[in-house]
Design a binder for this molecule. Structure first.
Ligand code: SF4
Length: 368
């Protein structure tokens, strides 16, 4: 490995010393993060009948409204009283990039001036929304633009749901799938993420099936163990990116906290408990983790439980020198996995056509 590239790997470290930062107390509550019963209680607290809570839910979760002006059948007094502490528009679309017919990425502005990114990936008639769960990320993965942009805070459940609602408003209909693969580590913000899943899955709201919702983690073991007990049919995706702990540590500092052997034990327990497959994400980087022996090692570790591997060509990121392998090298890697009994797929890197990896729009916005 070239010295320069190694240097970039060594830059990565988990920013755990920063501590996990909640949503600031003085921010207004994002109404998209409340269940119908909670909206009803809120209305009762300000002296309004409970059915107003149901109407509010309809506007927010079914009609994708993000402003008081749009909610024609709600009394002015209710809007005024609630607007002192709550907002129906916690996530505003600031800027879009993308190609017609391809992935679309939005820079989204939050109430405290922070910004995040949300991506819409159209594929085979199905629209998938990729949401952020934190402003930045503490995990420090070497090839990730979100990590380089620094970590500011967690998102609230309402800020997460509002991203999906904002895209639904653009589309004029509900998206088919939601993946928690944008900026942030979902299990570093577990409670808000799980509540947002339950709201997106609510039968009276967007009603996105649990199997159409994917939670993606860099390998935060306590989150995997908690999720196994939730009784939810969501998909779980775990980012490995390396087949041995030494290499993984250089790519993903989270390996220092949650080592690969313990992580794979937690994954085996998860599949046994939930009877569900796990998808392992493996970003292919030329000359780093794409050799035949890497594929053999990976298959050897994953053969023991039901899973599949999603191979992703590296997206170009400023300040990281790596590149994706050739198509034929990636196909060769896949063949080795399959020969050894591990199912895999080779993904197109659609994001390359937008603005490359997650986190880049936000960084650009901060630097212009
Ligand atoms: S790849 Fe994911 S977990 Fe790793 S730093 Fe980026 S956003 Fe965080």
């Amino acid at each position: 490995m070239a010295g320069k590239r190694l240097h970039h790997f060594l830059l990565g470290k988990v920013q755990g010393d920063l501590g996990n930062k909640p949503v600031p107390r003085d921010m207004k509550t994002a109404l998209q993060g409340l269940f119908p019963e909670e909206l009803q209680s809120l209305c009762k607290e300000i002296g309004q009948p409970a059915f107003r809570g149901r109407q509010l839910w309809q506007w927010l979760q079914v009609r994708h409204a993000d402003g008081w002006d749009l909610m024609g059948n709600l009394p002015q007094a209710l809007k005024q009283a609630l607007s002192a502490t709550c907002t129906p528009g916690p996530a505003r679309l600031l800027k879009e990039s993308g190609d017609p017919g391809g992935a679309r990425k939005w820079l989204i502005g939050l109430d405290d001036g922070e910004s995040i990114e949300t991506v819409l990936i159209p594929a085979r008639e199905r629209n998938t929304v990729c949401v952020s769960t934190q402003v930045g990320c503490r995990m420090g993965c070497a090839f990730c633009a979100s990590a380089k942009g620094g970590y500011a805070r967690n998102l609230s459940e309402g800020e997460i749901v509002a991203q999906v609602q904002a895209v639904a408003a653009v589309l004029g209909r509900r998206p088919d799938n939601v993946v928690y693969m944008g900026m942030g580590e979902p299990f570093d913000n577990y409670d808000a993420v799980l509540k947002s899943v339950r709201i997106l899955n609510h039968p009276d709201g967007l009603n996105i099936g649990a199997r159409r919702i994917t939670l993606s983690t860099s390998g935060v073991i306590p989150g995997i163990r908690r999720l196994a007990e939730e009784g939810l049919q969501v998909e779980l995706s775990v980012s490995l990116h390396a087949a041995n702990p030494e290499l993984r540590r250089r790519l993903m500092p989270v390996e220092n906290k949650y080592p690969m052997d313990a992580l794979l034990d937690a994954c085996a327990d998860y599949t046994a408990r939930t009877k569900r497959h796990i998808t392992f994400e493996y970003t292919l980087i030329r000359g780093v983790n794409d050799a035949r022996e890497n594929a053999e090692q990976l298959a050897g570790r994953l053969r023991r439980f039901p899973c599949r591997v999603n191979l992703i060509p590296l997206s170009p990121v400023e300040e990281f020198e790596g590149a994706a392998p050739s198509r034929s090298a990636m196909e060769g890697f896949l063949r080795v996995l399959e020969k050894r009994g591990v199912e895999g797929t080779l993904r197109d890197s659609k994001g390359q056509h937008v603005d490359a990896a997650c986190g880049q729009l936000r960084r650009r916005a901060h630097h212009t």
